[in-house]
Design a protein around this ligand. Structure first.
Ligand SMILES: Cc1cc2nc3c(=O)[nH]c(=O)nc-3n(C[C@H](O)[C@H](O)[C@H](O)COP(=O)(O)O)c2cc1C
Length: 259
């Protein structure tokens, strides 16, 4: 096992980009993806263990909370958690800290990928894609320096009660929104959407793309479709697409990325 392990969920690449930048600086690191059940959950041999994920509807994305229950970390390991969000970090870090106490935590604003709900530049402060990417890279360097130095966060993670209520309602909202997904006649059946869906919620039936009812609204199918052929109803038809500039569909589909 590598000296450092980073568990990462990423829908559209921002968090994986952050994880890769930190891993490059730390060296000797495995990034273990949490888009599906993690390939390794017992990391008691690792000296530093981190978690990087976005805020979805005020909390942890997809099945990440369920996966966190199975992850075994040495009580002697240095632990860190980083949440990427558009505007607010939500309750994700608090929940993680309850399960795996964190030495260090941080939240960083990046482009908002929830394309049906908000514009991409709903960031804190308001920023375009190039600026928020540069800022995220700057923070990755700072976090890696802090992690190497074993810095501990002084500020406590609060309960985030409003986000708790928001997140309780989120899975239903996301699922309902997912039922409005459709591919239009620009679709060339290239397979990208099915490949990038972390929920295996997209399949092909003859010449039709069929969306199931397990959507968590990560928006990866809409954002990565090379034809921009997938929309949530009519809401996203005229909206510009965004995914992290450095992260491909193949990157997102790795189980473990080693540095
Ligand atoms: C389904 C969904 C829900 C989101 N909910 C929130 C939220 O509640 N608060 C927030 O500040 N950002 C929210 N965001 C923005 C993401 O946290 C942000 O875009 C993040 O950088 C995405 O990371 P990723 O590209 O690694 O998936 C949401 C994005 C998506 C796709």
């Amino acid at each position: 096992m590598k000296e450092n392990v980073i568990f990462c969920y990423s829908g559209t690449g921002n968090c994986l980009d952050m994880a890769k930048n930190i891993a490059k600086s730390l060296g000797d690191t495995d990034i273990i993806m949490m888009r599906k059940y993690p390939a390794v959950t017992d990391v008691r041999e690792a000296k530093r263990v981190g978690f990087i994920f976005p805020c979805y509807g005020g909390g942890l994305p997809g099945h990440v909370e369920r996966y966190l229950h199975d992850i075994k970390v040495s009580p002697d390991a240095y632990t860190f958690g980083i949440a990427q969000c558009a505007a607010y970090k939500g309750e994700g870090l608090y929940k993680l800290n309850q399960l795996i106490p964190l030495d260090y935590w941080a939240a960083v604003s990046h482009q908002c990928t929830c394309i049906w709900l908000f514009p991409h530049d709903l960031t804190m402060p308001k920023m375009g894609a190039v600026e928020s990417q540069a800022r995220s890279e700057h923070f990755a360097e700072k976090f890696a320096r802090d992690i190497k130095a074993g810095v501990k966060s002084k500020k406590k993670l609060g309960k985030a009660l409003v986000n708790k209520a928001e997140h309780a309602a989120w899975p239903q909202i996301a699922r309902k929104q997912g039922l409005t997904l459709k591919a239009n006649d620009k679709c060339v059946m290239c397979g990208t959407c099915a490949k990038v869906c972390p929920m295996d919620n997209i399949r092909y039936a003859g010449k039709a793309v069929v969306f199931g009812d397990k959507c968590i609204s990560c928006c990866a199918c809409v954002q990565y479709c090379p034809q921009e052929a997938i929309n949530f109803g009519k809401i996203t038809e005229k909206r510009e697409r965004y995914h992290n500039v450095n992260i491909t569909v193949d990157d997102l589909n790795q189980e473990i990325i080693s540095f």
